[in-house]
Design a protein. Structure first.
Length: 178
């Protein structure tokens, strides 16, 4: 069984007993925060680590900008050679994985039709237009919306849209089928 990372095009690499997931597409150039960090960890590995942390988590709805300080601490942990710092880095990545896993599982609770309607909600389309596009009755749309609100634990359309955007489900996942 392929892991979620493998399904999304990531490859596992090992370096100094550190397991990283990277994509084959070109890596952006990322400057290190300080000269000391550049001396302690090679630039290419640092770039791969940052991309490995940010890109897959964004695809799984984890907003890495909310974790920027923790990402910097994790990079600092990589610069140190003590086992305690490596454990701190591993713990941080595990925490992000747990958030991503929960977010992913939350999305998979929706039926394929509900996911279609979630995407249409983000486009601010009326229920009538949804029923026309999906070739179903307005009552069917309303039933799906009711189930969506229950699963999101939201009470109205605006709250549901805000939750969908916060989780980043459809910003970069339109092609992902579950």
């Amino acid at each position: 069984m392929l892991s979620l990372a493998q399904q999304m095009g990531y490859t596992r690499i090992m370096r100094n007993s550190l397991s990283l997931w990277i994509r084959a597409d070109p890596l952006p150039v990322i400057e290190m925060a300080s000269a000391d960090q550049s001396k302690n960890i090679d630039h290419q590995l640092a770039t791969q680590v940052i991309v490995a942390l940010e890109l897959p988590f964004q695809h799984m709805g984890v907003r890495t900008e909310n974790h920027q300080e923790a990402i910097e601490r994790a990079m600092h942990a990589l610069c140190c050679h003590s086992d305690l710092k490596k454990q701190a880095f591993s713990d941080y990545v595990l925490q992000l994985l747990l958030v991503a896993q929960q977010n992913w599982l939350d999305l998979t609770t929706f039926s394929p039709r509900e996911r279609e309607i979630l995407e249409l909600l983000l486009q601010d389309i009326s229920y009538r237009e949804m029923s026309n596009r999906l070739h179903v009755s307005m009552n069917t749309i309303k039933t799906h919306i009711y189930h969506i609100f229950q699963k999101l634990n939201s009470s109205n359309r605006q709250e549901a849209i805000q939750l969908i955007r916060e989780r980043g489900w459809f910003s970069s996942m339109n092609s992902i089928q579950t």
